[in-house]
Design a protein around this ligand. Structure first.
Ligand code: DQA
Length: 141
């Protein structure tokens, strides 16, 4: 049984009402329960956490470093500039897949770069819920 942490960053608590044209109408609770059902089917154990604060995201990563066999991380806008989150991912040595609901490569230029991706084991973006599902699959391979 593999343990997987799904970690969502800032503003993702507002999924469903936040810019639905970009992020869709699924709430974070709905997304999390679909992922929990998928993980159960794959015989993985899943924990889902969300925070709007950079420091709290770092604390959650640290706290799960012994429990998690893999992490699916949507750092939201922090992806584009947080060296502190990049260092946290590099520090814990748990394979981490960065995910995004939207296609960050086709949006504003500041979203094209992720400073966290280079320390991740992979990156999935632009597929909504499916980005997370494919990230789980990568971790379970
Ligand atoms: C996002 C993309 C980021 O650029 C943005 O700041 C978000 C959501 C996504 O899932 O598409 O908050 O991470």
């Amino acid at each position: 049984m593999k343990n997987i942490l799904i970690l969502n960053g800032p503003n993702l608590n507002l999924l469903g009402e936040r810019e639905p044209g970009i992020y869709g109408t699924m709430t974070l609770a709905q997304l999390s329960s679909k992922l929990a059902a998928y993980a159960k089917k794959k015989k993985a154990s899943l924990r889902a956490r969300q925070s709007n604060s950079e420091g709290e995201l770092i604390d959650i990563l640290h706290a799960h470093r012994k429990w998690a066999d893999g992490i699916v991380f949507n750092p939201g806008a922090y992806s584009h500039y947080s060296y502190a989150l990049r260092d946290a991912v590099a520090s814990i040595k748990v394979p981490t897949i960065e995910v995004h609901l939207s296609d960050i490569k086709k949006r504003e230029s500041f979203r094209h770069t992720s400073v966290i991706a280079p320390v991740c084991a992979g990156q999935k973006y632009g597929k909504g819920l499916q980005s997370y599902v494919e990230a789980i699959d990568l971790l379970l391979k």
